[in-house]
Each structure stands twice: as C-alpha cells, then as structure tokens.
Design a binder for this molecule. Structure first.
Ligand code: PEP
Ligand code: MG
Length: 909
C-alpha cells in the first residue's frame, strides 16, 4: 500500500496485512485505530478501512465542518477507493455495494461512551443490490432498518425526549409487533422490514423536517461529524471528567468495511477475552451469537452462548440446563464451528503474545469466514489485574518492571473493598441467581432509575438492562443488577471498569418501571427495599447483609513485595489510633507520617476533657484539664508505638481548628457547665469569645502551643514517657515530634525549645532517655519560602498539602465544596486540587521548600502528609521532587507503595 504523502497525514489506512499506522500512534489514531493498524500489519484478518486522526477532531472543534471536510476530502475519497479494491465492492453501488461502519476511538477506551454508525452507504437502491449480492433479502432490509435507526439516533438526534419516553424507532417497531401479534425482532417478515424502513423515514421527516439522506457520501460525512460531536456529548464529558481525561485529546474516527454476522446460520458474532476478566485465570473465554450483529451481544437482548466447551458446561450448570438441552440449544462455538474456533484460538494467542497483555477481542463470522474486528487490552477487575500481571511475569511474557507498570494503582482499591461477612451470609435468603459480572459485595436500597441512585445513602440500581446514559447512576450506586445481558453486556463491562459489584442477566427478575417493582416468583420488592448482591457468585439476596474487609490473595502479596523491591521512596501512613496503625502496618506502612493528636479526642468522654482545656480561663484550670488528657494521650502513643515497633512515628502537636471542638449546642454547653462547675452563661461567654471569623486561619497549630506552652509541654511529656515505657518493655520506637502550621522561624524555635526542655526534664526524672527528632510541617506558603532558615533548626519537613493548597489557592477547605464542582464543570479547574496535587502551582512551593531546606541541611528528611500522599499522580510528583516518603491513609498504603515503584521505574526508563 502506498503511504499517503501529504505533509500532515490526517487519514491512515489499514487492511490486507498492511497499514499506514501502528500501535505506537495511539494518541493520533486513538486506541481502536492504532490497534486496527497494528493487527492488520501482523496478519490478523481485520476488515479494511481507515482512521481519521484525533488531531482532525481538534481541528473540527476549532474550524467547523466545512473547513475540515475541505482538509480531508481527497484523502477520505482515496481511502474509500482502497477499501473498495480490497473488498471487491463499491461504495454506493447498486449492484455490488460496499457498506461501512463509522466508529469513534479515543486514545483510551471509553466503553459505550461514544457513538457508532453501522451499515452506512445503504439507500433504497443499494438495498436491492445488497439483497441480490447476498442472496438474502431479509438480511438486506434488516440492515437497512438498523442503519436508519442508528443513523437517525446518532446523527439526526432521533432519541427519546424524556426518561419515560420510548425510543421513537422502538415505538414504531413495538406498534408493528403488536399489530402483527409477534414478540421478537427476528419474527419480522421482509414486508415488515420494508414497512419499518418507510415508517422510520417518515418519522425522521416529521421530527427533523428533512428527508433522510440517501446519498452515501452525505451519510458518511454526517456520521464522521457526529462522531466528532460525540466527543463533547454529555456521556463522554462525564466519563472524561470522572477519569480526568483532558478535553483536547479528541477522538479519532474509524471507517471500516462492514462484515456481517447476520447472514444466516453460517454467520455469527462475539466477544472474547484471552483470560478471565473477573478472576484473571488463564482461560480463553467469551460469548457469541449465531446469525447476529455485534450490538446484539452487547445489548443483551438475546442471551449469548459460550465460546469454549468448558465455559459452556459451566454456564449450563449455573443455569440448571442439562447436557442434552445444552448441546441442542446452547452449544459452544468450539462444538458448533470447530475450525473457526481453532482459528480464533490461534489469533487470541498471537494477539496476547503480541500485546503482552490480556486482550478483549470482537469478532464476526461472515458466511464461514472469520474477521477480527477489534482487540484491546481487556478491562478487568482489580483482582484479575493483579493475577494477570503476576502470571504474565511468571510465564516470561513480561519482566518485573513491566508487570509493575501494568497495574493501575487506583484499581487496587477494589481488592481492599468489603466482602460479605460469612456469618451474616449464613442467614441470607438467596432469591435469584444472575451472572457474576463484577465481583465484590454490595448492599443497598432498590432504585430503578439511574438518576435516582443518590436518593438513598446506599442504593442498588436495578435495571432490565443498562445503557451509557445510566453511567452516572451506576457510579453512585453501591451495586448494579440487571435482568438481561451477559458477561460482556454494557452493565458488566462498565461495572468491572468501575470496580463496582454487578450481577447481570438474572432472567428470573421481572422489572416493572411503571409500578417501580421487582418481582421474583410470587414475591414483590419495591423501591426502597433492601437488597444485596454478590458480584463474585451472582447471588441476589433479600435484605441487608453485613460486609467485612476482604482477604488479600497470594498474588497481591507478590505484587507488594515486587513494589518494595523497586520503590525507593518509602510509604508511611496517617494514623491516629493504635487500631489504624495496626491496619496500616498490615498493609505494609513503613512507619507513621502523621498522627493528628486532636483526633484522639473525638470520642465522647475524651472530647469533654479537650473542651475543658480549650475553655479554661486560667493557667491553673488549663493545667488541670491537661493533666486529665495526659494519661489518655500517653496510652494511645504507647499503642501506636507498639504497632509500629522499630519504625519512625511522627506525632504532630495539637492543631485543632477551634470551631471543631467548641460546643455549639445548648445541651452540650449545659453539660460542660456542670462538669466545669461554672454557669451556662460563663460557657456561652467563653464560646462567644473563642468564635473566629476564619477558624482555618485562626488560633490553631503552633499558635496554640506558643500562646499556651503548657499544651506543648503536656504532649511532649506524653510522647517521651510513652517511648520510655516501651523502652522498658524492650520495644524500640522512634518518635518524631512535629510542629504544625509554622510560618516564621521563631514560631518553630519557641516550640522546639519547649519540647527539648520538657524532654530533658523527663530524662532526668526517669534517669533514662530515648532518641527523638523535632521537625515541622510545611503547610503555610511562607514556611516553604523560608525553608532554608527553618531547616537550620528542624530535623525534618513534612508537607501539609491540605493547608498548603488551601492557602496557596485561597480556597477555604470547608467552603470549597460549594464552588469547586462548578469550577470543574466550567473547565476553570481540571480536577479538585484538594484531591490531586496542583503540581504546577502548589507543587512549586513543595519544590522550593525541599530545595531550600536541603540547601541548609543536605540530608534533611522530607515527606508529605496531606491527603495527596495516597493519590497516584501526586505520589509520582513527590518521588520526582526527591521526597524520602509519602504518608497516606491506611487503605491507600498499597497504592502508594506501587506508585513509588512505578515512579522509580519510569524515571529509570
Ligand atoms: C495538611 O494540612 O496537609 C495536614 C496534613 O494537616 P491537616 O489536614 O490536619 O490540616
Ligand atoms: Mg494542616
């Protein structure tokens, strides 16, 4: 094939074992286009076609339709000619017509998010040619009917007008079915299909005011522009925002020769995975339908059959279908078309070996010839992701670094999610069985509409089937249950991608959207009733079932070990209690990076002592309250030190934003008055006195310790005494005392002096000593700028990026929720900076702070303890900044360990 020679290629062709592009060009050709090019080049039989690049999408957004058509017209015409010559057919020809598909394809897979048009190039004349050519009039008119339906919906906007409204084309079909007394689409006669075509076209004319386009070229340009438009459609925008994909990536458009799986019983279509996407087992599996189009498998209207014999047997067992019936009605592809199965099996191995990863492939059998339509790295559950990477490593297909880079950090979360408590499960009443589409456990109240998923704190979205419109609701719901659809249905694929529990294809369920009821046998469930799903077994359970933490697999342990082998930056945890410290240690935390001591006082009886301390009028009163707090703190510190034996534990001095602790309710104020033996009015006065306009910028952090040194004294005593007590028990601990909210050097010096003096007094009292460090948080912009001076005294720095973000942006942490979503919506911000570190802005202060600190003290220990310490992109940034450690919540520790390794590997590439 001759390579296009214009300066900037906008159109890339593929087919017949050759291609202009390759898989390296994913950003330009989109994932789908790059893979089609690559597959064609390695000899996989893909229908010929071409890809219009993502850059053209951006040009379209800037210049509009006419200019873009002008830019690519000649190339597109040439590329269509190329398909024509490879398929031996002609676009728009009445005798020997070529039909094409038009699909979107962004650089990352966005399942169901973008629009597709199939069977393009058909009209009243072409349909006759197609009928003649295929010797199948039924098929030709069915293709025409499908085309108008898809083109009408995608390009001409013929969609339901409201949620309760039915699709306008479906409505016409339902009408006809009723009139004819038939149930299924497959029962339509040729005359029915012809009637539908004309009725559909009338409906288009009525609603849009225009005739349905009959010129194939007009159809093609319309579809190409519709794909570009779909990049900015609601579904795509929501999906992009959810995953943080920028708007300027754009989508490519793939135009490809149509091949047909619905040309009779020697044709079919299916989806297959080279490994099990749910468990990760190395088992080729998938589903297919005879005499069907690709969307029939995904839509879940007909229940697909299994590709392999063993898969089919397992499916029949679950569905309680005996062997005779299975072979008669639900045979596997392996049994029904053994030669095609062997060929497919060969390609799946070639493709997995080529891409070194689990593949998700779509195929079509047209009249006994196998075509591979698409391959991509398969979406998988977190558990499957870990198992597949570790297995591919053991099989020698990838090396250790590649295995680590194959893991999507945030997906590890799924492995750490709850499962059902086995004891609660013993009493569970299983009401029905569906397919185990996406593992995990979910319990919640039934809702039937995606946009009502947030109606309850925990909801289960129950649908006949799901569609991309339901995405937002699926994301909010705890779990998803569908009556129709196989393991590759929309619900299953999307839920797996989200790591959300999903049970699909539960045929025993009767769902009535009008009455908002779910009927199983003779029992009726209503909206708001509790229901539970086991996404790993497919069980549907009545009522609420308690959940518990999952057990981690052997492969997970291997992955974590491997992470630690490559990870240079350490991972600590933020933990405030001995219990959290233990959980974090089990997740592999290498010490504690932040103990928020004020959080130790959130419990009811403790908060009273804390309030007494805050409300104390005199030094004597405050000391009395502090004396009450001392043993509580010491005991907690002992527990934490013990859980982290041998590891560093950073304890931060009190940093209570006062409004979180001051009693505002009358009942609490009364209680406190009694407890402190003062009048209610006195409490009220004190509360009023402590009221601040900006508590986050108020009397908190070291400002408290510097105005009331006795607080710092008490806390130092609790820390040092706890360490000495443990030392007596032979337990080594390494306390690091951290001063919060430093802005000036003096603030730190004063606190440091109190800490060191108090420690020395205790060492004398006890005639014993322990090693300890005194460092500071860098969370005020001024501290980052003054870091060289602060480092003269501080033993370590820990970046408090929560406050640093608050103060650099000037966004109140407590109020940002009101405007941040709007900011993100309007594109003022791409993401929430309290979640993902703003590397560009706040990141500069982190860099400056680190560099200036180390200019004074080259070995200065530097870490991060803001919430960003467990967010993958921020953790990578910390590594690049040269931090010694990140510190994050216990459940994020494994993610941070993995990212630490990935960051080191990426830096070494
Ligand atoms: C921070 O500001 O980043 C931090 C860890 O402290 P806190 O969230 O307790 O203010
Ligand atoms: Mg802070």
């Amino acid at each position: 094939m001759e390579i296009l020679d214009n300066v900037k290629n906008r159109v890339y062709r593929f087919g017949n074992k050759a291609a202009d592009g390759s898989s390296e060009m994913r950003n330009l050709l989109g994932g789908k286009g790059a893979n089609l090019a690559e597959m064609s080049a390695i000899g996989i039989p893909v229908p010929p076609g071409f890809t219009i690049t993502t850059e053209v999408c951006t040009e379209y957004n800037l210049l509009g339709k006419d200019a873009v058509v002008e830019l690519i017209k000649e190339d597109v015409e040439k590329a269509i000619e190329n398909i024509e010559s490879l398929m031996g057919a002609k676009f728009g020809d009445q005798e020997n017509p070529l039909l094409v598909s038009v699909r979107s394809g962004a650089r990352v897979s966005m399942p169901g998010m973008m629009d597709t048009v199939l069977n393009l190039g058909i009209n009243d004349e072409v349909v006759l040619g197609l009928a003649k050519k295929t010797n199948n009039e039924q098929f030709a008119w069915d293709s025409y009917r499908r085309f108008i339906q898809m083109y009408g919906g995608v390009v001409l906007g013929m969609k339901p007008e409201s949620k309760d409204d039915i699709d306008p084309f479906e409505e016409i079909m339902e009408h006809l079915k009723e009139k004819r007394g038939i149930q299924l689409d497959t029962e339509f006669t040729i005359q029915d299909l012809k009637d539908l075509v004309y009725d559909f076209k009338d409906a288009v004319k009525k609603r849009t005011g225009h005739d349905f386009p009959t010129n194939p070229w007009e159809q093609l340009w319309g579809a190409i522009m519709a794909v570009f438009n779909s990049w900015n459609g609601d579904r795509a925008v929501y999906y992009r925002n959810m995953h943080g994909y920028p708007a300027d990536w754009g989508t490519a458009v793939n135009v490809q020769a149509m091949v047909y799986g619905n040309m009779g019983n020697n044709s079919g279509t299916g989806v297959c995975f080279t490994r099990d996407a749910g468990t990760g087992e190395n088992k080729f599996n998938g589903e297919y339908l005879i005499n069907a189009q690709g969307e029939d498998v995904v839509a879940g209207v007909r229940t697909p059959q299994q590709i392999t014999k063993i898969g089919s047997e397992r499916w029949a067992e679950l569905a309680k279908i005996d062997e005779v019936e299975r072979i008669a009605n639900y045979p596997s592809l392996e049994e029904l078309m053994p030669d095609i199965f062997d060929e497919l099996n060969g390609y799946q191995q070639i493709l997995e070996n080529h891409y070194c990863d689990m593949q998700d492939m779509e195929f079509t059998i047209q009249d006994g010839k196998l075509w591979i339509l698409q391959t991509r790295n398969g979406k998988r559950t977190g558990a499957a992701m870990v198992k597949i990477a570790m297995d591919l490593l053991k099989e020698g297909l990838i090396n250790e670094q590649e295995a680590l880079l194959q893991i999507e950090p945030n997906k590890l979360d799924e492995l750490l999610h709850p499962v059902f408590d086995p004891n609660a499960l013993k009493r569970a009443h299983i009401i029905a069985q569906g397919l185990p589409a996406s593992p995990g456990a979910a319990t919640g109240k039934i809702v039937f509409f995606a946009d009502e998923a947030s109606k309850y704190k925990s909801s289960i979205l129950v649908r006949i089937e799901t569609s991309p419109e339901d995405l937002e609701g699926m994301n909010i719901a705890k779990g998803i249950l569908t009556a129709r659809g196989g393991m590759t249905s929309h619900a299953a694929v999307v839920a797996r991608g989200m790591g959300k529990c999903c049970v699909s294809g539960a045929g025993a369920l009767k769902i009535n959207y009008k009455t908002r009821t779910l009927t199983v046998g003779d029992h009726e469930y209503h909206e708001g009733d509790w229901i539970s799903l086991n996404g790993s077994t497919g069980n549907i359970i009545e009522g609420k079932v308690a959940t518990m933490e999952p057990e981690l697999s052997g492969e997970f342990g291997e992955l974590m070990k491997l992470s630690d082998k490559y990870g240079i930056m350490k991972v600590r945890t933020n933990a405030d209690t001995p219990k959290d410290a233990k959980i974090a240690r089990n997740f592999g935390a290498d010490g504690i990076g932040l103990t928020r001591t004020e959080h130790m006082f959130f419990e009811v009886d403790r908060i009273k002592a804390m309030r007494e301390m805050i409300l104390a009028d005199t030094l004597k009163e405050r000391k009395q309250a502090l004396d009450e707090l001392l043993p509580m703190q010491r005991e907690d510190f002992e527990g934490i030190f013990e859980a982290m034996e041998g590891k560093s534990v950073t304890i931060r001095l009190l940093d209570p934003p006062l409004h979180e602790f001051v009693p505002h309710q009358l009942a609490t104020q009364k209680e406190l008055a009694e407890q402190m033996h003062i009048s209610l009015q006195a409490v009220k006065n004190k509360v009023a006195e402590l009221e601040e306009f900006n508590p986050m910028l108020g009397h908190r952090g070291c400002r408290l310790g510097n105005t009331y040194p006795e607080i710092t004294e008490m806390q130092t005593r609790a820390i040092i005494e706890a360490a000495l007590n443990l030392k007596e028990r032979g337990i080594i601990c390494k306390p690091e005392i951290m001063v919060p909210l430093i802005g000036t050097v003096k603030e730190f010096e004063m606190q440091e002096q109190i800490i060191r003096n108090t420690a020395n007094i205790i060492f004398k009292e006890r005639n014993d000593s322990v090693e300890y460090l005194v460092g500071t948080m860098i969370e005020i912009p001024r501290a980052a700028l003054m870091a060289d001076r602060i480092a003269e005294r501080a033993d370590f720095f820990s970046f408090g990026t929560n406050d640093l973000t608050q103060m650099t942006f000037g966004y109140s942490r407590d109020d940002a929720g009101k405007f941040l979503p709007i900011y993100i919506d309007k594109g003022i911000l791409q993401v929430d900076p309290f979640e993902v570190l703003d590397q560009e802005g706040v990141g500069q202060l982190v860099k400056i702070g680190t560099e200036r600190g180390r200019s004074t003290k080259p070995q200065l220990k530097v870490g991060i303890c803001g919430e960003h310490g467990g967010e993958p992109s921020s953790v990578e940034f910390c590594y690049r900044t040269g931090m010694n450690y990140v510190s994050c919540s216990p459940y994020r520790v494994p993610i941070a360990r993995l990212v630490s390794a990935q960051a080191a590997i990426k830096a070494s590439l």
